[in-house]
Design a protein around this ligand. Structure first.
Ligand SMILES: NC(=O)c1ccc[n+]([C@@H]2O[C@H](COP(=O)([O-])OP(=O)(O)OC[C@H]3O[C@@H](n4cnc5c(N)ncnc54)[C@H](OP(=O)(O)O)[C@@H]3O)[C@@H](O)[C@H]2O)c1
Length: 232
């Protein structure tokens, strides 16, 4: 049985991943922030964690961790001229510095495992330019740089990869999917004619955590219904 630490395991992709791993018999340490998790699952131990709070105790974690996944993110879309510098800074705090601070704290636990795996989340909007995505792309671009640099520094014992999804049905995407019209329009923009679901993305994260991906590191895996690479 492996130990996995999923930051942001109470919603969306992180929640689906936590259940996938627990269902495969792994021990999952998952965190929530604003939405306490009600359900009971013996293989998932849920803990409060706000990455904005520097004093958070992580004393529930075991000495050894086989995997770390950082899910907190935001999708704030607006014309560039209207975004304040402090909005860019707060996105960077949540999406990048939060991940860095936690990783620096738990790195000894990952180093204690024979082979460990880290998974970060980027977005399709880093490698492909979309209107009104500067705020999210700036932070997630940093995540992609962090992924490759860390992968080099932590090889060969710790692998580091990131997943870059297009729009996926989660609480985070609610504003973009809160009417039938928006859902249809978003589905139509993708060559595979649907929006992503949490399992589409969580399955890749589970794979990257597993030994099946033991020769993969420093990669950004795009899962996007074909939107970044196909014209049909
Ligand atoms: N959904 C999409 O369309 C999409 C597209 C591209 C990229 N992504 C990326 O994929 C990742 C997962 O997204 P998702 O859609 O699954 O998000 P989500 O449903 O909003 O889940 C985010 C998770 O992070 C936790 N969280 C939020 N703020 C936090 C904070 N300050 N401290 C600690 N935990 C915090 C949330 O906890 P609570 O709910 O308990 O507050 C929740 O468990 C994100 O990095 C996102 O940028 C998503």
């Amino acid at each position: 049985m492996k130990n996995y630490f999923i930051v942001g395991g109470s919603s969306g992709i992180g929640k689906a991943l936590s259940h996938m791993l627990a269902g495969a018999g792994q021990q999952v340490y998952a965190t929530y922030c604003n939405n306490p998790v009600q359900e009971e699952d013996e293989s998932i131990s849920y803990h409060f964690l706000d990455v904005e709070d520097k004093n958070t105790a992580l004393d529930y974690l075991p000495k050894q961790l086989d995997g770390f996944v950082y899910c907190p993110g935001s999708i704030n879309l607006a014309p560039f001229a209207r975004i304040k510098p402090e909005d860019f800074a707060s996105d960077f705090q949540l999406q990048v510095l939060g991940a860095i601070t936690l990783l620096q704290t738990i790195l000894p636990k990952l180093k204690a495992a024979d082979q460990a795996s880290i998974v970060f989340f980027s977005t399709v909007a880093v490698q492909t330019g979309f209107n009104y995505h500067t705020q999210v792309a700036a932070s997630k671009g940093a995540i992609e740089g962090l992924t490759r640099s860390l992968a080099a520094e932590l090889a060969p014992h710790i692998r580091v990869n990131a997943i870059a999804p297009s729009i996926t049905e989660t609480a985070l995407a609610t504003k973009l999917l809160n009417s039938e019209e928006k859902r249809k329009a978003n589905a139509q923009r993708h060559p595979l004619r649907r929006i992503g679901n949490t399992e589409d993305i969580a399955a890749m994260a589970a794979f990257l955590l597993s030994e099946k991906a033991s020769w993969m590191t420093g990669q950004i895996i795009t899962i996007d219904g074909g939107i970044s690479s196909l014209k049909i």
